[in-house]
Design a protein around this ligand. Sequence first.
Ligand code: AMP
Ligand code: MN
Ligand code: MN
Length: 326
Amino acid sequence: MSRATFAEIAAALESAQEILVASHLRPDGDALGSTLAFTLWLRSLGKRVTAWNQDGVTRNFRYLPGHELITTPESTPRAFDVVVALDTSVKNRLGTVLESVAAAGLLINIDHHVSNEAFGDLSYIDPSAPATGQILCEFFQDRGVALTPEIATNLFAAVSTDTGSFQYSGTNARTFDAASRLVAAGVNVAELSGAMYESQPRRRLDLLRHALNEAKFSCDGHLASFSLSLATVEQLGVHPEDNEGIIDHLRSVEGVVSAVFFEELPEGRVRVSARSKDPRVDVCEICGQFGGGGHPLAAGARIKGSLAEVEEKFLGAVCHEIRNRN
Ligand code: AMP
Ligand code: MN
Ligand code: MN
């Protein structure tokens, strides 16, 4: 484990020719925006760059400039001088990407998850940044890189989505500094925000209607949860990316300290998405007890068991933390 500087990371990239840029599976705006921003920059330096994500670009991110550059693990295994992992807290969240790589010279890990164990040969982990995209803005500023509108747009999308439009804790003066530089570099804020937040598929509204009907409040009203079964997914025809943000509606309720979303997965496991509004209820730590991780106020895990079993165990653990706040 090492703590690398921006200069060391830039030097490693400059001496490389063949580079792979990857981010976590079930990608969010930070994962894809960061991947594309870094890829576009490295290509502008004349590098051969492969941008890769286990799940590719889900439909809700097809407005990101350069999104067609992102490939999935079916592509031919190749040898890379450098592999860059972005926004990925643990190696296995990259999916099968690394297994498909014939040889990886050096692994660079740039991330903002507090639970990141700095798994790269060169790691730059900054949990004070609310998005990996903000770290990349600071990297580019440090290296004197002039941002194209395409790079800036990807970084703005990364920061905007991971901060809930500049609202969540972790959003700080540096975030607005970065955003200001990005807008100066040519981001069309209204157009991008329209694509990010005002272009939801109707399916998502169907899912939200269902979620609001089925939402459960427990732990004296401090805990809100919603479970999505495979049967409902089939019935409503929802896509995995439609789930994004549903949990925010549960969290937004007065008195709710923590919101949890359970999604039944085909392989006998449940994907858990947890949020907290109180730093004394650290959902990263709770998810860690179940093999997951993330941030103190936004975390996740994939847990073996049926929906009912996982729900009971996980909600029990969260309610325990809520009751033991001091
Ligand atoms: P999500 O609830 O999927 O939006 O994820 C919230 C945060 O938790 C993100 O920063 C994820 O990277 C992290 N996270 C989600 N699922 C997992 C997991 N299975 N293991 C580790 N971290 C996770
Ligand atoms: Mn992410
Ligand atoms: Mn992130």
